[in-house]
Design a protein around this ligand. Structure first.
Ligand code: PMP
Length: 286
């Protein structure tokens, strides 16, 4: 049995959900998306995801097809149609179907698509041992704060990581850390947690905010600033964060160990705080 998806006002089996080849998402990558983790059947940080969706839509000058209340109702409806306790909700809004022309169509209705997949959080082995990453020049566009479906740059970069047997590719632009192909990146130096500031060069990760809140609650000093490549390579700890990875320690970069080559003490504290925070959210849901 196929899972249930949502497309333009109706719920239907995923394998029956079709869009036109003239959809601007297909032709131009002209659309935006969100990925929302669901723990114990409860969407995590939904208002923040909807705020970021609005930011992405505004950036591509596309009207939001629904109010936050409508999105919230639909997302809960989709979650309710799936058996899994922990799910990953993918939603996408494109500029719709129109004759191929780069300029915006005058009369097109947004295509709205949503699906749910089981949420696969990292295996214990990855949490305990950390992951390998490679590095690359960040050659993506200059609106990386927009969660655009035009992801060919991110796909090419992630493929280079996959071919190197690495979990992620850490990106540098003009000699400074930006993020990774589908994650934000944090460094720890001398007990301080460092992160690149939110600007047009990185996606404002929902997990990025959670990690900063948890670090503050753990009284870990935080510095949001540009981080030169050398400070990343010589960091005491390096982490990647995302809704599906949560927080993972990077133990090698381009085959060279980060510090001892093991997940560090600051990582362990924040990772534990993250798990406790999730349990608290789940208890509220019960
Ligand atoms: N940066 C990029 C480029 C991403 O694709 C993602 C994953 N959506 C992130 C950062 C992390 O964002 P979040 O914590 O909201 O999943």
């Amino acid at each position: 049995m196929s899972e249930i998806a949502y497309l333009n006002g109706e719920f239907l089996p995923l394998d029956k959900a079709h869009v036109s080849v003239l959809d601007r998402g297909f032709i131009f990558g002209d659309g935006v998306y969100e990925v929302i983790p669901v723990y114990s059947r409860r969407p995590f940080r939904l208002p923040e995801h909807l705020r970021r969706l609005q930011h992405s839509l505004d950036a591509i000058r596309l009207a939001n097809p629904m109010t936050d209340a409508e999105w919230t109702r639909l997302i809960h409806d989709l979650v309710g149609r799936h058996a899994g306790e922990d799910q990953s909700i993918y939603l996408q809004v494109t500029r719709g179907v129109a004759r191929r022309d780069h300029a915006f169509p005058v009369e097109a209705r947004q295509t709205v698509f949503m699906m749910s997949s089981p949420l696969a959080t990292p295996a214990r082995e990855l949490i305990d041992n950390g992951v390998a990453c490679i590095t690359a020049t960040d050659y993506r566009w200059l609106k990386c704060d927009v969660k655009s479906v035009s992801l060919v740059g991110n796909c090419l970069l992630r493929q280079s990581a996959a071919e190197a047997g690495a979990a992620e590719v850490v990106l540098f632009r003009d000699g400074y850390l930006t993020e990774a192909s589908a994650s934000n990146v944090f460094a720890v130096r001398n007990g301080k947690l460092l992160a690149p500031p939110k600007n047009h060069l990185i996606l404002p990760g929902i997990t990025y905010d959670v990690v900063l809140e948890l670090a503050a609650a753990c009284a870990i000093p935080i510095e949001l600033r540009e981080i030169p490549e050398q400070e990343v390579r010589s960091a005491d700890e390096l982490w990647v964060t995302s809704s599906t990875k949560e927080v993972l320690a990077v133990v090698t970069l381009d085959g060279r160990p980060i510090a001892t080559g093991k997940p560090g003490p600051v990582f362990r504290r924040v990772h534990q705080a993250f798990q406790e925070f999730k349990r608290k959210v789940m208890r509220q849901a019960a």
